[in-house]
Design a protein around this ligand. Sequence first.
Ligand SMILES: CC(C)(COP(=O)(O)OP(=O)(O)OC[C@H]1O[C@@H](n2cnc3c(N)ncnc32)[C@H](O)[C@@H]1OP(=O)(O)O)[C@@H](O)C(=O)NCCC(=O)NCCS
Length: 149
Amino acid sequence: MEIVKFNLKDKNELLELDKECFGVGCWDNELWQSILEDLEHNIIYLVKQNTELIAYLMIYNWGKERNYVKITNMGTKSSFRGQKLAHKLFETMLSEMKKEGMRDFRGETRVTNYPMQKVFNDFDFKNVETLEGYYDNPTEDALRYHLSI
Ligand SMILES: CC(C)(COP(=O)(O)OP(=O)(O)OC[C@H]1O[C@@H](n2cnc3c(N)ncnc32)[C@H](O)[C@@H]1OP(=O)(O)O)[C@@H](O)C(=O)NCCC(=O)NCCS
């Protein structure tokens, strides 16, 4: 198992995995296209086992412009869940972003997404607010998390 950065040749496998993780709520091709055109801010970490993509974490690094990192997307193949892959991805991302001088991290998740809440809590993110009706498909509130280090 290794954690590597996204390369354009990973695109199809990444979009497939995104679809498996989010179903009808997954991002459409247009949004993916704009994300993949800006890989300077959109940083994508992949977990690969042999050559198979099994998990990913995406962030938007605002750098000096806004001084925070936004966690934008994350998913683990269903057959590999509960094996700490999300934790490993967070560890790698946080350590790399710290080296770049980033100190503020933000993200949100559905109020019913207990595995994701566990990941945020384990890395000392604080739940700072609840956003009513933030998500569609199905409509649901979000918990917003911040970490300052
Ligand atoms: C959220 C997600 C990325 C987590 O990935 P993962 O690789 O399975 O995560 P990890 O194994 O590192 O950690 C998940 C934790 O949640 C815990 N967990 C699982 N189900 C749980 C539940 N119902 N209640 C509370 N905790 C739960 C696990 O035990 C684990 O904690 P532990 O390592 O202390 O045991 C994965 O579930 C996923 O892809 N979900 C669908 C897409 C999604 O929701 N992405 C996040 C959008 S913000």
